[in-house]
Ligand binder design. Structure first.
Ligand code: HEM
Length: 294
């Protein structure tokens, strides 16, 4: 598994933090491939409306996403995927799909092929609107509350977004060129390794987390996000790849534990609350300082 540690510089900023994406590094596959695709399959079977949504006007660009993704996967990972006519096979998991079964929701099939979540945005006079999503690994938000909404409204619960990010993000979406995809990282400390997380006040009994056990009971959750404009439709595809590591991986790297503690101290208080850090903050900082001093 790739380990992205976006707090490595000990800084925290409310910024877009976009970098140019090498187009050969769009999708990432690792040793959790089969396990995470199986989890997606269970979620799509048992609670479809929690993890997939689409509005009818997005169908053509959903198809554009599926075509783009299939071309990419067949080209970059021929050891994992195979296509014969309308039949797609995942060689690793043994799953077989028929394109004809997904004509009404091509993004549904696209989401079943990769570990990434896929979200499709379309321009409107109200800004870019979420028109379709295959979202199996949300970090405590509900797709049903975001579908059909513009970016500004989607981010309404995020403290500081309106002041610091709304204008830059909206401007960036307007200017994004299909030839120049980008990526960014977002990170959180969470009290569960579960990938599918709906909103909840508290996932665990935070009072049971202390300086001694924080390394096993807390997790670093990193989202690697990419954005690209679709060439034909002009819509924008947002991908989110979620990586979860136990916090105790930092025991091998005390300076990194120090930098994470520094970054956490710079997060404004209202964001601490939004990111559910308040109940675990003391245990977390106590643990990190202990590891950093080792
Ligand atoms: C350059 C583009 C973007 C930036 C800079 C950005 C920034 C952010 C930030 C800073 C957060 C708070 C996350 C945290 O610290 O835990 C957030 C949350 C979120 N973002 Fe974005 N975002 C971008 C694009 C998008 C897009 C395209 C979507 C599409 C749906 C999206 C959906 C969300 C959602 C659903 C949340 C959680 C909101 C909630 O808690 O209700 N973001 N974003």
């Amino acid at each position: 598994m790739i380990t992205y540690l976006p707090f490595a510089d000990g800084q925290w900023r409310m910024s877009m933090g976009l970098k140019a994406l090498n187009r050969h590094e769009w999708i990432e596959i690792d040793e959790r491939f089969a396990e995470e695709l199986a989890l997606k399959g269970r979620l799509l079977k048992n609670q479809y409306s929690d993890v997939f949504a689409s509005l009818p006007e997005s169908r053509l660009s959903q198809k554009e996403v599926l075509d783009l993704l299939l071309n990419y996967l067949l080209d970059h990972f021929p050891q994992y995927y195979q296509q014969q006519g309308t039949i797609i096979e995942n060689i690793c998991t043994g799953e077989v799909w028929n394109l004809a079964d997904f004509e009404a929701a091509p993004l549904d099939l696209a989401g079943r092929l990769v570990q990434e979540d896929l979200l499709l945005m379309q321009a409107s006079p109200r800004g870019y609107i979420l028109k379709a999503a295959s979202l199996c690994f949300p970090l405590r938000w509900r797709l049903a509350e975001k579908i059909g909404r513009p970016l500004a409204q989607i981010h309404a619960p995020v403290p500081g977004y309106q002041d610091k990010l709304e204008c830059p993000v909206d401007g960036f979406f307007e200017r994004l060129k299909w030839e120049h995809p980008v990526w960014r990282l977002n990170w959180s400390i969470v009290d569960t390794p579960e990938l599918f997380l709906l909103p909840s006040i508290q996932a665990s009994l935070a009072s049971q987390i202390n300086t001694e056990n924080a390394g096993e009971k807390l997790w670093i959750r990193v989202e690697r996000q990419t954005l690209r404009r679709l060439r034909e439709s002009g819509d924008i595809l947002f991908t989110i790849r979620t990586y979860v590591h136990p916090l105790n991986i930092l025991e091998d790297d005390p300076p990194m534990a120090h930098n994470l503690a520094q970054a956490i101290l710079q997060i404004p208080p209202d964001l601490h609350s939004y990111k559910n850090l308040l109940p675990i903050r003391d245990a977390l900082l106590g643990y990190l300082n202990q590891v950093a001093a080792a």
